[in-house]
Design a protein. Structure first.
Length: 127
């Protein structure tokens, strides 16, 4: 059974709200606080966990490590989790263009932050 769970970025207070309810253009948190989606940016749980058992949500930034194919060196790439064409996918900057990849084998991926709390990670990747 698929688990539907959300968190939301609170744009006014600049903090992440966990275990939120989303509906009718509103986001509810702390059982009584309601804010419009223009203030609270909801992100859905993918149903997947990284190599450390941490839940993966839309907007998360994942570190991908693996062999470069030329001698076994570890190569680090940054991927952003997005919902694209009806599925959760990973967006990666490759040769100054964004590529999309399905989340098939995630055993080597690690959540290192998200696009709201750690935008500096994206800035260094785009240069």
């Amino acid at each position: 059974m698929r688990t539907f769970r959300f968190r939301a970025w609170d744009t006014e207070n600049k903090c992440m709200r966990n275990n939120v309810a989303v509906g009718l253009g509103m986001v509810e948190y702390d059982l009584s606080c309601h804010q419009p989606v223009e203030i609270m940016i909801p992100m859905q749980f993918t149903g997947l966990k990284d190599r450390n058992g941490k839940e993966i949500y839309e907007g998360d930034l994942l570190a991908d490590t693996g062999s470069d194919g030329n001698g076994g060196e570890i190569v680090y790439t940054l991927k952003e989790v997005v919902f694209h064409e009806g599925a959760f996918q990973m967006k990666e900057l490759l040769d100054k263009e964004w590529g999309m990849e399905y989340m098939d084998d995630i055993s080597h991926l690690e959540v290192i932050g998200n696009i709201y709390e750690h935008p500096n990670l994206l800035e260094s990747e785009e240069k």
